[in-house]
Ligand binder design. Structure first.
Ligand code: SAM
Length: 303
């Protein structure tokens, strides 16, 4: 994943976006610890191309279908587009296509190893959440874990529009009718949804890439209903003093340049713990096949 996205990023060039073309039980390796009074568990063996106006009309039209709980009287959609352009300026079409294609085919080993964690984590959504937002949905590798009910409505946001067809295919493969799936080109820092409109938010391998982790977490909290849950799986910095941390530090600047803004040394678990959720169940895992991105946090935060 890293190597290919590196190549992609090196080759990326600027393009205009404004063209007129049309916790459940855990895997057995879990060691449980308690932090901040919460039951925490630690696993440590160690374009659609459009102008702002067209886009706004598109979003409002979608909202009219009742899939998106957007309030057209607010500036949410406009803010979302402005933030998209600010934190994730347009890439060339071919670059976004290549990156999406690589994400669709290059993550198989990773997905195999993380499957047990995802299965336990996302399984709790089945039959419990009617409206689910996934931030940085990418090619939709999580949909088969939580979007299998025909009455769930899934809203996926991602700045890379080329992810959409893969995410749609993943939705169909999961058994979700496409009428219940909406992909929107947007960023986590400005989610084009109304306050308190989602039962759950899902995010995997995305807080490493967003420009502003805390702003994204504020947005996650904003769109969650009271009592709603945020489910996360994120790669994070290794423990201080380890050789992995040394290499993460050395390679982090290069990683940011070559992997579309992905950071290796973020302490995302800390951000989530301090984001003001009413409760956080935070777990750690170390994936043996994931090399530089082996250390992970995963869990549930409740609004
Ligand atoms: C490593 S991929 C992970 C995709 C998917 N969540 C998965 O688990 O395979 C990172 C994703 O985050 C998206 N992304 C990058 N910046 C973002 C932002 N500011 N807000 C939301 N998503 C973003 C990328 O386009 C990409 O789809």
């Amino acid at each position: 994943m890293i190597l290919v996205s590196s190549v992609c990023s090196f080759m990326s060039i600027k393009a205009t976006r404004c063209s007129h073309k049309t916790p459940p039980s855990l895997p057995s390796t879990a060691n449980q610890v308690s932090i901040k009074g919460h039951n925490e568990q630690q696993l440590c063996p160690t374009k659609f191309c459009c102008c702002g106006t067209g886009r706004r009309h598109f979003i409002e039209a979608a909202a009219a279908t009742a899939l998106l709980p957007l309030d057209p009287s607010t500036s949410t959609a406009t803010d979302s587009m402005a933030m998209l352009n600010k934190v994730h300026p347009p890439r060339a079409d071919w670059y976004e296509e290549l990156y999406a294609s690589v994400m669709n085919t290059g993550m198989k080993f990773y997905e195999e190893e993380i499957a047990g964690y995802k299965s336990h984590l996302f399984g709790i959504l089945r039959g419990q959440a009617e409206k689910v937002l996934e931030i940085g949905i990418g090619t939709g590798p999580n949909l088969n874990y939580y979007a299998t009910d025909t009455d769930v409505q899934v809203f996926g946001v991602d700045p890379n529009k080329k992810m959409e067809k893969y995410a749609q295919a993943a939705a169909v493969a999961a058994g979700l009718p496409l009428s219940n799936f909406k992909f929107e080109q947007a960023v986590g820092e400005a989610i084009p949804l109304s306050d308190a409109s989602m039962d759950a938010v899902v995010g995997t391998l995305v807080l490493c890439s967003v420009k502003d982790v805390d702003m994204t977490l504020r947005e996650v909290k904003r769109v969650l209903k009271p009592g709603g849950i945020y489910l996360f799986v994120e790669h994070v910095a290794a423990k201080d003093g380890t050789s992995l941390k040394f290499w993460q530090r050395v390679l982090d600047p290069l990683q940011q340049i070559v992997s579309d803004g992905c950071h290796l040394t973020r302490e995302t678990g800390k951000n989530i713990s301090e984001a003001g959720f009413s409760g956080v169940d935070l777990n750690m895992a170390f994936l043996s096949k994931a090399s530089l991105v082996s250390p992970h946090v995963y869990g549930i935060a409740r609004k």
